[in-house]
Design a protein around this ligand. Structure first.
Ligand code: SF4
Length: 210
């Protein structure tokens, strides 16, 4: 399958009467004119439509222990391939990944990586899961979704580290559930966590999402 990296078409936006387009991915509801970028920096108005400019452009990869996500009852003791992109729809003053989340250096920061390449690399490295982390995957949900589906086809699980600052229904962008088992929240204690795990930890039999 040929994947178009970067400047990827998106689905959740609508045109306003004044000629601008409004992104409907998160509650920021950015209203954009041609050439403008949203608060997250990576969704922009191009050709009269909202596109994702970070599709296939990772800010780097790292193999972490799954407990660092932090998950203690999901595939315990296994490595996870972590990656993120530039940009974020949050503005936390304490962000530990500010150099990525507030980066405006898309070309120097981003490494090209298609969803299939990430899934393949995870498998080759012996990672049982891939994590969308460092910045909030809400802003690159099309990239995360395609990567998750590619991983699922290889038996690699997916973890999304997110504050859940997303408009209702936007996590389901295909007929197949692509973030099973879970989304975790570590950005703020006041934000919600959406979890869809149904299985239990093989070690202690507790549900994965507790
Ligand atoms: S995802 Fe980005 S462009 Fe869209 S509403 Fe949120 S901050 Fe704005």
């Amino acid at each position: 399958m040929t994947v178009r990296l970067s400047h990827h078409p998106t689905r959740y936006w609508h045109r306003l009467e004044d000629g601008r387009v409004q992104c409907d991915v998160c509650p920021r509801a950015c209203k954009l004119r041609e050439g403008q970028q949203g608060l997250c920096f990576v969704r922009a108005c191009e050709g009269g439509e909202v596109v994702l400019t970070s599709y296939g452009r990772s800010s780097g990869f790292c193999v972490d222990p799954i407990e660092k996500k932090p998950l203690s009852h999901f595939l315990p003791g296994t490595p996870v391939l972590s990656f993120g992109t530039a940009g974020c729809n949050l503005t936390c003053k304490f962000c530990q990944n500010w150099d990525m989340s507030k980066s405006r250096e898309m070309d120097t920061l981003a490494a090209s990586a298609s969803p299939e390449a990430i899934a393949s690399k995870a498998e080759a490295l012996g990672c049982r899961s891939v994590a969308f982390t460092y910045n909030d995957p809400v802003i690159f949900l099309e990239y995360a979704r395609d990567t998750a589906l590619a991983c699922r086809e290889r038996g690699v699980r997916n973890v999304a580290v997110t504050a859940g600052y997303i408009s209702p229904g936007r996590g389901r962008t295909s007929s197949r559930p692509w973030t099973r088992p879970m989304w975790t929240s570590r950005h703020s204690p006041t934000t919600s966590t959406t979890a869809s795990a149904a299985a239990t930890c093989a070690r202690c039999s507790r549900p994965w999402n507790t």
